[in-house]
Design a protein around this ligand. Structure first.
Ligand code: C2O
Ligand code: CU
Ligand code: CU
Length: 504
């Protein structure tokens, strides 16, 4: 079966609905399946820009926006246990500055972002600015930093003047605890403004995350099996809310900046009844927005879409995505098998709005095809070591490797000369998809299992399907230093599927 056939939306329906058991404690409540009425909701925000806090189910909210002024944005980010309200009930999570998601950071190309990260968790953490093209060294986007409990650290991220606009995000990156800390609630959006604005009626940030809570509203522990598959939370939230409701007027054009902040869940988004155009994926902007009926986001991916509001009520739905199975697993016990999930209701009514005008063309993205390649490499992402069983004989989990090796922060796996363009063939020799992410330098997808690409396609997370491969090119320009690449199913990363790259 070709990967594209296998990746079609498959109606797992309720067959997979009993897939996971979380400890002995009862689960709280899951996101409602399609067609089940929403609980009562509070009044929607008039301008769609309220701070998200203490709201009941069905209420639209966005995180607080902190914007740079005079080229600088300076803030404290405190990671701490917090009680937030999800679906009208208290939930004890970990959050940045007490809000789920943390504040949205809005900067422009050329700006400096200074963050004092304060660790009030009982374990080591750190901070990563996912997708930003900034130095990985020193107090920059350094994934090797460790901030102990009670400690803090000052980060400084200096964006180049030609930094691509787009939607990025931040989250902790301490190896071994990344999935846990993300699933607990530690994430937030970063917006790098367009110098050439897109004409819209309004803009929204939609941070999609998932988590599982116990009946008491505590974070549930995933089982070893769930970690190996990549944990998928029972509740799928938008900006920390369950199934918010948006009300807009027909004819309005909205720009949605969508972040997949789930540790492992793949999102295949549909919004039936509303014309959608893809404006950007991960970084930069497409030259021209393209009409689409689905938006696919692997963990870590972002998309910006334009929605032209059309009379009626539509639901943003995450369809199940078949992302493969663990070795030895049988059908029906697959991740992504829990059926479609309603994420948001969009209700469009009232007087027809003025047409917002044309969307300007973006700048043509760079194209590394036809460029001299300094070096070609093959990186093989594999899972092994346990045959058909769950655990190895010594009780350790299955191994997750790149070129046969588990992550070692001390070892440099890939050495690159500064300024080189390299071509990497990412091979997946396992029966489960691995969305591969490289820090600092974006990747141009040259070829994936669906064939060669026409338009230059730039991403910072590219899904490598089970038993498939993807070829990318990377221009290792602007910065030197050491950083990482890894599977963005963050449990896989924590279990060893990460490597180091050093540019000198
Ligand atoms: Cu989104 Cu290495 O991370
Ligand atoms: Cu990253
Ligand atoms: Cu993986």
């Amino acid at each position: 079966m070709s990967p594209s056939t296998r990746r079609q939306v498959i109606g797992w329906g309720l067959a997979g609905g009993t897939m996971t058991i979380v400890g002995a404690a009862g689960l709280w409540w899951g996101s409602r399946p399609q067609g089940v009425p929403l609980p009562p909701q509070g009044p929607p925000a008039a301008d769609g820009s309220t701070a998200g806090d203490g709201t009941g189910p069905g209420t639209w909210a966005q995180p607080q926006v902190l914007a740079s002024a005079d080229g600088v944005l300076e803030l404290d980010l405190e990671a701490a246990p917090s009680t937030v309200t999800i679906g009208g009930r208290p939930a004890r999570v970990w959050a940045f500055n007490g809000s789920l998601p943390g504040p949205t950071l809005r900067v422009a190309p050329g700006d400096t972002l200074r963050v004092r990260m304060v660790n009030r968790l009982g374990e080591v953490t750190n901070l990563h600015v996912h997708g930003l093209h900034v130095s990985p060294e020193g107090s920059g986007d350094n994934p090797f930093v460790e901030i102990g409990p009670g400690e803090s650290r000052d980060y400084e991220f200096v964006l180049p003047d030609d930094h691509p606009p787009g939607t990025y995000w931040y989250h902790p990156h301490h190896h071994g605890h990344v999935a846990e800390q993300l699933a607990a609630g530690l994430y937030g959006a970063i917006i790098v403004q367009d110098l050439d604005p897109v004409t819209v009626t309004r803009e929204r940030v939609l941070v999609v995350s998932d988590l599982t809570l116990t009946a008491d509203g505590d974070l549930a522990e995933p089982s070893p099996r769930e970690r190996m598959m990549g944990r998928e939370g029972r509740l799928v939230l938008i900006n920390g809310q369950l199934q918010p409701r948006l009300e807009v007027a027909p004819g309005e054009r909205e720009r949605w900046r969508i972040v997949n902040a789930c540790p492992s869940r793949f999102l295949r988004l549909t919004l039936e009844g509303q014309p959608m155009r893809l404006l950007a994926r991960d970084l930069g902007r497409l030259r021209e927005p393209v009409g689409t009926s689905t938006v696919d986001l692997a963990p870590g991916n972002r998309a910006e879409i334009l929605v032209e509001a059309t009379e009626g009520t539509s639901t943003l739905v995450a369809a199940p995505v078949d992302r493969g199975a663990m070795p030895g697993m049988r059908g029906g016990r697959r991740p992504g098998g829990t059926g479609p999930v309603d994420l948001l209701t969009l209700s469009v009514s009232g007087n027809q709005a003025q047409p917002p005008g044309d969307v300007s063309l973006g700048t043509a993205p760079r194209d590394l095809r036809g460029q001299d390649i300094a070096r070609r490499r093959t990186l093989d992402f594999a899972m092994g070591g346990m045959g058909g069983g769950m655990m190895r004989g010594d009780g350790a989990m299955m191994s997750f490797t790149i070129n046969g090796r588990e992550y070692d922060a001390e070892r440099t796996d890939v050495g690159v000369r500064a300024g080189d363009v390299e071509e990497w063939t990412l091979v997946n020799s396992s029966p489960m998809d691995h969305p591969v992410h490289l820090h600092v330098w974006p990747m141009q997808v040259i070829d994936n299992s669906e064939g060669a690409q026409d338009e230059p396609r730039w991403v910072d997370v590219v899904n490598v399907p089970a038993f498939g491969q993807v070829t990318v090119r990377v221009a290792f320009e602007d910065f030197t230093g050491r950083t990482v690449f890894h599977c963005h199913i963050l449990d896989h990363e924590d279990l060893g599927m990460m490597g180091t790259v050093e540019v000198t």
